[in-house]
Design a protein around this ligand. Structure first.
Ligand code: LLP
Length: 427
C-alpha cells in the first residue's frame, strides 16, 4: 500500500499532483511520501510485536537527511556501511547507540569515528578487520562492541549481484571461522563481544531463505553458549523484497510472524536491517519526455532522466513500472524508455508495452525510493536530481537540484603544483 494514487485521473503524491510538483521543482525529480514511509515503518514494527527488537534502517537504500530524520523520529536505529553514512545519520539526529556498522572494508579512520561516537555495534566481516578494530579501540582507550557477520551459506534466490550470504561471497565469515574468531574476540580486552549478524541478500521474495539463515545462526549461538561465549543480540539483516511488477513477496506480517517463530526461545534482542521494504515504494522518479524517436523498427521515448539518475534497470535489468502522470488517452505500443546518457545501457525500460507518451508528457517511474537517488551519479556531467518529501498537501524540497557549478566544486583547471622528490635508491 502506498500513497501514490490517482485523483480525478491525475497521479498524485498524497494530496499533491505530481504534474504540479514537476512544474514547481523541475525534472528529473525524486518524490517521497511521508505517509507511505510512516505506514511501512508501522506495519513492519508492528509485525514484530512481542519480540524484543530494534529495527535498524539500512541507510544505503535512501540516505536523504529528511528520510533519516522521519525514521529516527519513529524510533528507528540505523544500519550503516561507511563513515559518511554515520555522518548523515548524526546530521539527521539519529542516535549512535542505535547504529550498527556493517561492511567489509572499514578504514581505521571510520572505525575510530564509529567508536568515538559510541555506536551500538560493529559488524565484523573478517579476522584482519577484527585485528584493526582491536588496535584502534586500544588507541582510543575504549572497548569496541562487536558482532561477527557470519555467512550462513544460503541461496536467497535473487539477482546474483545482490546475493550476499553465499560461501563464495566477499561478505562475512564462514560459521567455522566464526567459532575461532569468537574465541579470539572473547579473549581480547579491547573487544566487547555483543552479538552475531548475518545478511543474506536483497529483494528476497520468500521467507524460506531467511528461516534457513536464522536456523544456522541460532545453531552457532547455541554452540558458542556451550563454550562460554554469551551473546546479547542476533542481527538478522535486511533483504525483504517488495513488489516492482508481478513479484509476490511476503507481507511484513508474514515475515514478522516467521521471524518470531524462528526466534522462539531466544531471550536476547533481535536486530533487523531493512532498507528497500521501508522506502522502495515510498518514492517515485518523475521524468519528462523530450522526444519520440524511431530507429528501424524500434520506438524510443527519450526522457530527461538517465542511468545516472536511476541505475537499477541498467545494472540489474530491474523492472520499474512507468506510467503517464496525466490522464491523457494515448495508444498502447511497445517502446524503450531511454535517457540522454551516452551509453547503450542507458534505459529505464526496454521493450515495454505501455501507453506511448508524446513529447512533453510527464512519466512516473515507480518504486524508486530505494537505491534510486542513493546510487545516482553525475556521469556525463549531469547534475543530480532534486528530492521532494510530501506530507499531505505540503511538499518540502529536501535536496536541491545540483547545478553546473556544483559539478566542478573542488576542481581546479590549473592548480599550483607540488613537487615530490624522486625516491632514493637504497643499497
Ligand atoms: N544490511 C546489509 C548488511 C546490507 O548489505 C543491505 C543491503 C541491507 C541490510 C539492506 O537490504 P534491503 O533490506 O534493502 O534489501 N543496490 C541494490 C541493492 C543492494 C543491497 C545491498 N545491501 C538494488 O538496487 O537492488
Amino acid at each position: 500500500m502506498n500513497h501514490f494514487q490517482r485523483r480525478n485521473g491525475e497521479l498524485c503524491a498524497e494530496e499533491i499532483s505530481l504534474e504540479r510538483l514537476a512544474r514547481a521543482y523541475g525534472t528529473p525529480l525524486y518524490v517521497y511520501s511521508s505517509a507511505t514511509l510512516r505506514r511501512h515503518w508501522k506495519v513492519l514494527d508492528r509485525s514484530l510485536t512481542g519480540l524484543r527488537h530494534l529495527v535498524c534502517y539500512a541507510a544505503k537504500a535512501n540516505a536523504n537527511l529528511a528520510v533519516l530524520d522521519l525514521l529516527a523520529r519513529l524510533g528507528a536505529g540505523f544500519d550503516i556501511v561507511s563513515g559518511g553514512e554515520l555522518y548523515r545519520v548524526l546530521q539527521a539526529g539519529g542516535a549512535p547507540r542505535k547504529v550498527v556498522y556493517s561492511g567489509v572494508g572499514k578504514t581505521d579512520e571510520e572505525i575510530a569515528f564509529a567508536l568515538s561516537q559510541g555506536v551500538k555495534c560493529l559488524n565484523v566481516e573478517s579476522g584482519p578487520e577484527l585485528g584493526r578494530i582491536s588496535v584502534v579501540a586500544r588507541r582510543l582507550g575504549v572497548r569496541a562492541p562487536i558482532s561477527l557477520r557470519v555467512n550462513p551459506d544460503v541461496d536467497p534466490r535473487t539477482h546474483p549481484y545482490i546475493a550476499t550470504g553465499l560461501k563464495t561471497s566477499k561478505f562475512g565469515v564462514s560459521v567455522e571461522d566464526a567459532r575461532r574468531l569468537y574465541t579470539v574476540a572473547a579473549g581480547d580486552p579491547a573487544i566487547d563481544v555483543r552479538g552475531v549478524a548475518c545478511h543474506i541478500g536483497s529483494q528476497i521474495t520468500t521467507v524460506v531463505p531467511f528461516l534457513d539463515a536464522i536456523a544456522r545462526v541460532r545453531a552457532l549461538v547455541r554452540d558458542l553458549g556451550r563454550s562460554g561465549v554469551r551473546l546479547r543480540h542476533i542481527d538478522i539483516g535486511g533483504g525483504l523484497g517488495i513488489q516492482y511488477s508481478d513479484e509476490n513477496p511476503p507481507h511484513p506480517d508474514e515475515y514478522g510472524a516467521a521471524v518470531k517463530r524462528a526466534m522462539k526461545g531466544w531471550s536476547g534482542e533481535v536486530i533487523l536491517e531493512p532498507g528497500r521494504v521501508l522506502v522502495g515504494n515510498a518514492g517515485v522518479l518523475l521524468t519528462r519526455v523530450l522526444f519520440l524517436k524511431r530507429s528501424g523498427r524500434k520506438r524510443f521515448a527519450v526522457v530527461d532522466a538517465g542511468m545516472n539518475d536511476l541505475v537499477r534497470p541498467s545494472l540489474y535489468d530491474a523492472h520499474h513500472d512507468i506510467e503517464l502522470v496525466g490522464g491523457e488517452a494515448r495508444p498502447e505500443g511497445t517502446i524503450d524508455v531511454v535517457g540522454p546518457v551516452c551509453e547503450s545501457s542507458d534505459f529505464l525500460a526496454r521493450g515495454r508495452r505501455m501507453a506511448v507518451p508524446e513529447a512533453g508528457d510527464l512519466l512516473c517511474v515507480r518504486s524508486a525510493g530505494a537505491y534510486g537517488f542513493s546510487m545516482s551519479s553525475s556521469y556525463n556531467a549531469r547534475p543530480r536530481a532534486a528530492e521532494v518529501l510530501v506530507d499531505g498537501d505540503v511538499a518540502r524540497l529536501v535536496r536541491k537540484r545540483e547545478t553546473w557549478p556544483d559539478l566542478v566544486r573542488g576542481e581546479r583547471a590549473r592548480p599550483a603544483g607540488r613537487r615530490f622528490p624522486a625516491p632514493r635508491r637504497i643499497g
